[in-house]
Design a protein around this ligand. Structure first.
Ligand code: TYD
Length: 137
């Protein structure tokens, strides 16, 4: 499977009507895991690069619920960039995939859904260490 196939874009149901938009995001439904943790990133300067890690255990879905940002996704062999610019779209990032988030608009609110509770030890923050671990697999 290609990296893009492993990291699909997810389109959420928009139940909007004349009163406004309503987007539904459900664990084990449109999100392919049980959601254990939610965090959101905002107020990042457009020059900032965040992420810069892979996770041994966690899966994520990233959604820009306001504004926009980009995420560069790589497995050390393939690479692609997703522009997150619609509240009704997200990108799924499985375990052991490296991601960098950048180009945050001033109004960007990047919502992240995670399959685990936080454990700093499952983060790989050194790219050379990441390449070493995936090549051992
Ligand atoms: P970090 O992983 O560097 O954020 P990003 O990937 O968005 O650049 O996290 C920043 C800090 O917040 C770091 O000290 C770890 C802490 N943190 C938690 O305590 N719990 C969490 O769920 C997350 C995502 C981060």
């Amino acid at each position: 499977m290609s990296l893009k196939e492993r990291c699909p874009i997810i389109e959420f149901n928009d139940l909007g009507d004349e009163r406004g938009k309503l987007v539904v995001v459900e664990g084990n439904d449109s999100i392919p895991f049980d959601i254990k943790r939610v965090f959101y990133i905002y107020g990042s300067d457009p020059t900032v690069v965040r992420g810069q890690h892979a996770n041994r255990e966690s899966e994520f879905v990233l959604i820009n619920v306001a504004g926009n940002s980009k995420v560069r996704i790589t497995d050390g062999k393939e690479e692609f960039i997703v522009e997150l610019n619609k509240p009704m779209m997200g990108v799924y990032i499985p375990k052991m995939v490296w991601k960098d988030m950048y180009d945050f608009s001033p109004d960007s609110v990047l919502l992240v859904l995670a399959s685990t509770h936080y454990d700093g030890k499952e983060y790989i923050r050194d790219y050379d260490e990441y390449l070493k671990e995936i090549n051992e697999k």
